[in-house]
Design a protein around this ligand. Structure first.
Ligand SMILES: C[S@@+](CC[C@H](N)C(=O)[O-])C[C@H]1O[C@@H](n2cnc3c(N)ncnc32)[C@H](O)[C@@H]1O
Length: 270
């Protein structure tokens, strides 16, 4: 088990680089996750591992370190109400900003994990715009290269797509055969509008007044109040006027200092 002093050093490092705040109770979890990296590196002490990663924050092991500390749970059509709101209210209200369809709708899945959220968005948007080429583009980012690799591959076990409506499964996924039986693969039509990119939400945003909708769900719960506040204000700046921020159902930004207008429980408008 990590001793308290070293646990605190790792905690500080994690907070500084990712914004993630780990409570005291996470010591066992962090110990388990880092133990795997220790074995992979052939090291016998956490102190050696700390020295290794802090000596080269641009190095390969630092990427593995970040991959191992993030919690990546996600699912297709997670928090379904957001996708109904998208079709019924958000998208129609944004139509006037898209120059009669000459401009693409820009959506950002800001902590996309293994791809279920951006692929769900792509299905819903493809249905709404009836397959019109160039109608929308999705930027899907995450800090973890491990989950981004899964997202780019677009291969999921049958159980993972259990929440995808049957009609969408037929339209947007290919069924695996032979050695791939029990798996499905996302069709190119769904992938062609998504750009997967590694991006740390703590970094300066290169986008300004560009996004129409940002989905940032189930990641701010890992951040402390001041990190959340900075992030929400960065999101505000990269949205177009009247653009939307969608956060997770268990999250709240009501105690933060921000300029968004609340429209629904977890949906905010610039
Ligand atoms: C629990 S998943 C949420 C996935 C999806 N948004 C959803 O609601 O199902 C949280 C994701 O946030 C990512 N994450 C954590 N800190 C981050 C940061 N500083 N920058 C970018 N992504 C981060 C993790 O790697 C993880 O994939």
């Amino acid at each position: 088990m990590l001793d308290d002093a070293l646990f605190n050093k790792f905690r500080r490092l994690i907070h500084q680089t990712t914004g993630i705040s780990l409570s005291e109770e996470k010591k066992e979890l962090l110990t388990a996750r880092l133990s795997k990296r220790l074995r992979a590196c052939g090291l016998s002490s956490f102190a050696d591992y700390y020295r290794l990663i802090t000596s080269d924050q641009a190095g390969e092991e630092f990427t593995h370190f970040l991959n191992s500390i993030s919690t990546n749970y996600t699912s297709f059509f997670r928090e379904q109400a957001h996708f109904s709101a998208l079709t019924d209210r958000l998208l129609p209200s944004l139509d006037p900003l898209l120059a009669g369809g000459r401009r693409p709708l820009c959506v950002w899945s800001a902590a996309c994990s293994s791809g279920e959220e951006p692929y769900t968005l792509a299905m819903v948007l493809n249905e709404y715009y009836q397959g019109r080429k160039g109608a929308f583009q999705i930027l899907a980012t995450d800090i973890s290269t491990r989950v981004l690799d899964i997202a780019r591959r677009g291969v999921y076990a049958k159980e993972q797509v259990a929440t995808v409506p049957q009609a969408y499964l037929k339209r947007y996924f290919m069924r695996g055969v032979g050695r791939s039986a029990g798996y499905v693969k996302v069709k190119p039509i769904l992938q062609e509008n998504i750009r997967f990119q590694r991006f740390n939400l703590m970094d300066r945003f290169p986008w300004r007044d560009e996004m129409h909708i940002i989905f940032c769900r189930n990641v701010m719960i890992y951040f402390d109040r001041s990190t959340q506040e900075k992030l929400v204000n960065k999101f505000y700046d990269c949205l177009v006027q009247n653009g939307y921020l969608v956060i997770g159902h268990s999250e709240s930004i009501s105690s933060l200092d921000h300029r968004f207008r609340p429209v629904e429980a977890t949906i905010f408008r610039k």
